[in-house]
Design a protein around this ligand. Structure first.
Ligand code: RM4
Ligand code: MN
Ligand code: MN
Length: 388
């Protein structure tokens, strides 16, 4: 696409969802660093997500993690989100932080633990109904640490059973996204280690079950854009958990470690029409800001996704098709590199002005005094976080 109007229209329509858990304290297993002004509850996390949307204009929803964001009345939380200008997005059940889950959740050898985990998934379907969320986003920490510890095949059967029961409980407007992860917390087998496993379960479940690609969940060197292209073609790419990594599941800011990879992923999306709202690809962030201030880090992350998207939109697809059909290896590659090497910041600054927001969202956030206000207001109470 080289027509400026079409590029800016696509950028204006892009939607990036931020995760509630990134606004709370986080860390590694060595230390969780508390930061000043961090939210104390789900309402304040929603407020921070709304702040990110106010400064970027393209982050109008926030994903919830249950029970971290459990409240007495989830419909009321949805109302609060609406009042501050955003909406609640994907519901992420948490079946990995209780002692009962030592040997897994839905794949646990103990039927009572499996029942408990399934009940939580079903509760999350209900929460999704109450909040108007249309995505149930599943990630399982399930797996084994030692050869022989449990039957790999029996665990797949248990997984399939729980997924089917959950899928059956979902209303017609809800999609199930099944996330995979190579390792961690389990070190020998994960029960959903890769996209193929997720894809196979989704195929059995039905059309509203799709694969979620968390960019930090692969072996080093994995060609993620190939996975993206394959899943888009099969109409099973449900969405992303964007973040970046140098080593494992680092959950660093998206686009920080490898902006070129992010561009290559967005190129596949653009080529397949994956930015169109009908394609229903959910662009979500899944990050932890352990040492950097959280709201500006989230703004930076949204801008990074926007920049990669803008570059992907600038690829001259007609010329690319001709070069590809002619076997012009160097020409085709040059077309991609030209787009990647374009400085899209002026274009995005202009677009923001057209949208009525500050062309430099990070500077605007710092100037606004919002951080200082949060530090003054959010005193006392227990800060949100997911402990370690
Ligand atoms: C996992 C996975 C999930 C996220 C948790 C906190 O590694 O990425 O999506 O909810 O971490
Ligand atoms: Mn994730
Ligand atoms: Mn992760």
């Amino acid at each position: 696409m080289t027509d400026r109007a079409a590029v800016t229209a696509a950028l204006r329509a892009q939607r990036i969802e931020t995760p509630s858990w990134a606004y709370g304290n986080s860390g590694t297993r060595f230390k969780v660093f508390a930061q000043e002004g961090v939210p104390r509850n789900a309402y304040e996390k929603v407020d921070d997500a709304a702040t990110v949307h106010r400064f970027t204009g393209v982050a109008p929803s926030v994903a919830l993690h249950i029970p971290w964001d459990r409240v007495d009345d989830h419909a009321d939380l949805a109302k609060h989100a609406q009042e501050v200008g955003i909406r609640l997005g994907a519901i992420n059940p948490n079946v990995f932080q209780e002692d009962d889950y030592r040997l897994g959740s839905v794949c646990n050898p103990d039927p009572a633990v499996r029942r408990k985990a399934l009940d939580h998934l079903l509760e999350c379907v209900e929460i999704g109904v109450a909040t108007g969320s249309t995505i149930l986003s599943l990630w399982f920490a399930d797996g084994t640490n030692y050869p022989g510890q449990d039957s790999i095949q029996a665990r797949q059967d248990r997984l399939a059973e729980a997924l089917a029961a959950t899928y059956a409980a979902m209303p017609a407007n809800m999609r199930m996204l099944l996330e995979y992860k190579l390792f961690e917390p389990a070190f020998y087998t994960m029960d959903v280690p890769d996209w193929g496993t997720s894809y196979a379960h989704c195929l059995t479940l039905g059309e509203r079950a799709q694969v979620l690609v968390d960019t930090g969940h692969h072996a080093p060197g994995t060609n993620i854009e190939f996975i993206v292209a394959f899943l888009l073609r099969a109409r099973r790419l449900g969405g992303f958990h964007f973040n970046s990594r140098f080593y494992a599941d680092d959950d660093l800011m998206v686009g920080a470690a490898d902006p070129f990879q992010l561009f290559r992923i967005m190129h596949e999306i653009v080529q397949a029409g994956g930015l169109d709202p009908e394609a229903d690809v959910a662009f979500m962030l899944d990050q932890c800001h352990n040492i950097e201030p959280k709201i500006p880090a989230m703004i930076r992350s949204v801008l990074n996704v926007q920049e990669a998207t803008a570059k992907a939109l600038l690829v001259d697809s007609d010329a690319l098709r001709v070069a590809q059909e002619n076997g012009d290896v160097l020409g085709a590659n040059a077309l991609l590199m030209d787009a990647f090497n374009t400085d899209v910041r002026p274009l995005l600054a202009e677009l923001r002005e057209e949208m009525g927001i500050d062309p430099d969202p990070i500077a605007a956030y710092h100037r606004s005094g919002h951080h200082e206000r949060l530090v003054a207001e959010r005193r006392g109470g227990a800060q949100a976080g997911w402990g370690a």
